[in-house]
Design a protein around this ligand. Structure first.
Ligand SMILES: O=C1O[C@H](COP(=O)(O)O)[C@@H](O)[C@H](O)[C@H]1O
Length: 260
């Protein structure tokens, strides 16, 4: 487990640009070291803001997009192309404008896909896909992702792991079906905390006043069942990327003065 490090930016635009620059560097470094990189994307406003900033960043051309594996932390179980699906929003923000290898874009199934409305089977198939991508040097049935990003919800949810729902209690499976999510749509697919913790680096994104309480709760010793964001950490690094509004309820002792 790596203790959270905090970086606080002036506003959400700067946060998105700085996070995009950070992600480019991570991908380029991983590709230089190993030939390829793997990144887990998040949905939500902050995740899509980062992707949109990446699309605008001149340095995006430093990435070899054909040698990047993309995975998702969660998906809203809706028909293919639905505007509320995380993949649809990610395509609009960035993915349609870069030369990815389609076989390396690992989309979670849609509700009109091969498993139809059987969200349990859809979740199990994603777990199988992850397990097939895991190498012997990985520590279990998921790849050791270079970077796994999570938007933090106002209720402290991450991916589609909501406070007190069964998904956040999962200790065995790497992917679960989620029923009755308090944020629409109610049916979702999510990585579990054990799968999230397999990543080298976990980045939690929180911008905006409505994230201030969530950041305070998650960073003040709350349990992961009540505050799923508190249970999201990486093997080598856990990075909270915030804007000043989301950091406004945090004790200043938690982050260096130069950071805001
Ligand atoms: O529904 C979701 O919400 C969270 C957070 O979204 P935000 O708009 O409040 O930033 C997101 O992380 C998750 O991927 C998504 O499915």
């Amino acid at each position: 487990m790596s203790a959270p490090q905090l970086v606080v930016h002036r506003d959400k635009e700067l946060m998105a640009q700085a996070a995009a620059a950070r992600l480019i560097t991570k991908i380029v470094d991983a590709q230089a070291a190993r030939g390829s990189a793997s990144v887990v994307l998040t949905g939500g406003r902050n995740g899509n803001g980062l992707l949109a900033a990446l699309a605008e960043a001149p340095a995006r051309d430093a990435v070899d997009w054909s040698r990047l594996d993309l995975w998702w932390g969660d998906e809203r179980f809706l028909p293919e192309g639905d505007p509320e699906r995380n993949i649809t929003q990610a395509r609009e923000a960035l993915l349609d404008s870069v030369p990815l290898d389609p076989s390396r874009v690992h989309v979670m199934p849609a509700s009109d896909g091969p498993y139809g409305s059987d969200v349990e089977a859809a979740a199990a198939s994603y777990a199988t896909e992850l397990a097939a991508a895991a190498r012997p040097e990985d520590h279990g049935p998921v790849p050791t992702f270079d970077v796994l990003m999570l938007g933090v919800g106002p209720d402290t949810h991450v991916a589609s792991l909501f406070p007190e729902l069964p998904g956040v209690r999962e200790t065995e499976r790497t992917v679960v079906a989620v029923h009755g999510a308090p944020k629409p749509p109610p049916t979702r697919i999510s990585l579990t905390l054990p799968a999230i913790r397999a990543a080298h680096e976990v980045w939690l994104l929180a911008a905006g006043e409505d994230k201030a309480k969530a950041a305070e709760i998650a960073l003040s010793g709350a349990g992961e069942i009540q505050a799923p964001a508190a249970g999201a950490y990486g093997r080598s690094r856990t990075l909270w990327l915030l804007d000043a509004a989301a950091a406004s309820a945090l004790p200043r002792a938690l982050y260096p003065p130069a950071s805001a």
